[in-house]
Design a protein around this ligand. Structure first.
Ligand code: UDP
Ligand code: MG
Length: 318
């Protein structure tokens, strides 16, 4: 099969008819599947999909028991996708299905692992979406080293091996390119795509997205560097902090002893010295860091199996 289109949706009943017929039109000359993942809609989305699927063998669908989120929906779709190139797109008609054939050609021609859409003329409110999104993309670009402008663009194309190699969790759908790069898939391209305002329904992400988005980014950067070796992070900090605390305490103690016994100067109690408390705190924090690292290693050890590698290709395996 050439192409899979993975489409998460949550309460998008009014867009599905048009979306399906436009997809069918542009995909005519390919073998393809449209995988709808109904992420716990409470409107008539699922009914609409059932009706559409009755006389369209290219439609496949998954229904969640309740609203788990876009990331989880994508994950479920990726698990089932069979096309050599897997597309993701939003179901709200903001992305254009008409971009798919060209993106498909580029994927093949350039042998990209990922081709990300880039909404140059983004049709969303400037203050609540466009500006925060610029900032967000800047941080993501700088910290990941992936030179794309629009991490959050719903329209992206992936090689099948890429989507099969990554495990999404939390709200990580914004960072699939970073997860993929961590797995060694770093041929990442970008194509300008059209974008339009929402026709039906409302946006499903509030302003909380930016705080959550940044927290996820921090998690991700941490995880990508240290997931397999948490002790390297916590241990380093722990030891540094502890050593700093220990030597300050040692210094304070020695200073007092020397003054007292060698120089015969009467010294004040070391507990009146603020450094004493700082040293103690540093030693305690250091120990905590160290323990955190140790516990992370223990946890890692029990689930080592699927963290260590990702496969790029098979020959002759089913
Ligand atoms: N979506 C989903 N589950 C959710 C939230 C959103 O499947 O919990 C889908 C939604 O139906 C749409 C896509 O994810 O197809 C993008 O959502 P939305 O258009 O609300 O995001 P925005 O365009 O405002 O960034
Ligand atoms: Mg949208």
């Amino acid at each position: 099969m050439d192409i899979s289109i993975v489409i998460p949706l949550f309460n998008e009943q009014d867009s599905l008819d048009e979306l399906t017929s436009r997809l069918d039109t542009v995909l005519k000359k390919y073998t393809y599947e449209i995988i709808y993942i109904d992420d716990g809609s409470i409107d008539n989305s699922w009914l609409t999909i059932e009706t559409l699927a009755k006389n369209n063998i290219n439609i496949k669908a998954i229904k969640f028991s309740h609203n788990f989120g876009k990331t989880q929906a994508l994950n479920a779709g990726f698990a089932k996708a069979q096309g050599e190139i897997v597309f993701t797109m939003d179901s709200d008609l903001q992305d254009f299905p008409e971009e798919i054939p060209e993106m498909y050609q580029i994927m093949l021609a350039k042998n990209y692992d990922i081709l990300s859409g880039w909404k140059l003329k983004r049709q969303d409110p400037v203050l609540t979406k466009n500006i925060p999104s610029k900032l967000f993309n800047y941080v993501a670009r700088m910290s990941s080293g992936i030179k794309i402008h629009d991490f959050n663009c719903g329209l992206k194309a992936y090689k099948k091996v890429v989507v099969k190699s990554i495990e999404l969790y939390g709200d990580m759908h914004r960072y699939i390119p970073i997860l993929a790069k961590n797995n060694g898939f770093n041929k990442i391209g970008e194509k300008l795509v059209k974008h339009t305002t929402r026709k039906h329904g409302v946006s499903k992400f509030g302003s909380k997205r930016f705080i959550n988005g940044f927290l996820d980014l921090i998690t991700l950067l941490f995880v990508s560097k240290f997931a397999n070796k948490p002790m390297h992070f916590f241990g380093t900090f722990g030891i540094l902090t502890f050593v700093l605390g220990f030597f300050s305490a040692f210094y304070i103690g020695m200073e007092k002893l020397i003054k007292l016994f060698l120089l015969d100067i009467p010294e004040k109690l070391i507990t009146t010295d603020p450094w004493f408390y700082i040293s103690l705190t540093l030693m305690i924090i250091g120990t905590q860091f160290f323990l955190a690292g140790f516990i992370s290693e223990l946890i890692n050890n029990s689930k080592r199996k699927h963290l260590l590698y990702s496969i790029q290709e098979y020959i002759n395996f089913k």
